[in-house]
Design a protein around this ligand. Sequence first.
Ligand SMILES: *Cc1c(COP(=O)(O)O)cnc(C)c1O
Length: 416
Amino acid sequence: MKFQLPADEAGRLLKASINGELPDARGRFGPFGGRYVPETLVPAFERLEMGVRDYLHDADFQSEYRKELREWVGRPTALTHAPRLSERWGTDVWLKREDLAHTGAHKVNNAIGQALLAKRLGAKRVIAETGAGQHGVASAAACARVGLPCSVYMGAVDIQRQAPNVDRMYRLGAEVVAVETGDKTLRAAIDEAMREWVTDPSGIYYLLGSAVGAHPYPYLVRELQSVIGTEARQQMIDQAGGLPDAAFACVGGGSNAIGLFYPLLGDDVELIGVEAGGTGDGLGQNAATLTTGTPGVLQGSYTMILQDEDGQVQETHSISAGLDYSGVGPEHALLQATGRISYVSASDDESLEALEELCETEGILTALETSHAYAYARKWSQENPGKRVLIGNSGRGDKDMPTLTRFPVRIRTDAS
Ligand SMILES: *Cc1c(COP(=O)(O)O)cnc(C)c1O
């Protein structure tokens, strides 16, 4: 069941979105977003909202943030042409290389921005949640950089599955808190971090990792990640001879996708978000929230979620831990409802195949999350030969080696 907006309403909201007028004063992206949190959390969110309003677009803060992006993250990240992939696909393929950002993915753009904000707000320590550990690693690194102690909440099940990243967080100086409640994965880790936040909302800063949750997080994360699309837009003009016909990004919570797409919303560029199609369309077989979900409230936001007919949030499945979440950012829910962005999915198998193809043609081991974007871009290319394509290469795949070793590489017997 697709969520539909009346045509005039969709047009009005899309225009507001392009003009930078969303979220509105209540933190809403049309019908989506908002702040559905328990009374005990309201003061913490109000404090954060005030901090975002006072500092985020302040000239001092922006110059400090830009300096860290340049001197520590290594921005601007490159836009690189993919000649051999282009030849295979029949389109002209360009990659925005967030894998080349410090710590190996786009998540650091958000982590360092929020760590600087935590400093401005006078926080004494930072807490963060993590699923696969990528946001935990970025947060640990960013907190070390600004000199704040950091505790990362992580489900006990994920700690088992993602041991190398747990070790990275420790070495970067963070404390890792094992969450034994609920599903013992990302959802429980977020709940537990929120509980800790309530105990000292002025001393603790909660550093959320994607464009999800209650207002102002979806807005804050979008603003910090938009650097991806702003750079890519200019780089396409300078290096590729013009804007792409289509841009692709994978969608978990939606932070790298909104970062790439937001600065392109007003352009004549087809925008396509690719979710985790897992092993099939059934509930529990995928994490394709926008393509198969329904509207509901999850972790403080009204958005598209994976739930059963009684409103019980469902477990998800994806080969990629970073896409394995039953919700999605509310701004994506709106942009789907307006028709501006199309959301599709790629299966586990298609994504593994795409990952292998990219390795072999371009010498780039991309993340399993990112390979979903390649899998769909490849299909799209078959139907749109000659077009110019931009892919958000959200991260590198070294972290996925434990998963990848379970799938044998085709044995190359060709001696020629
Ligand atoms: C975490 C992660 C994602 C998914 O998160 P979004 O918020 O949807 O961007 C995608 N790619 C990589 C490399 C990641 O680490």
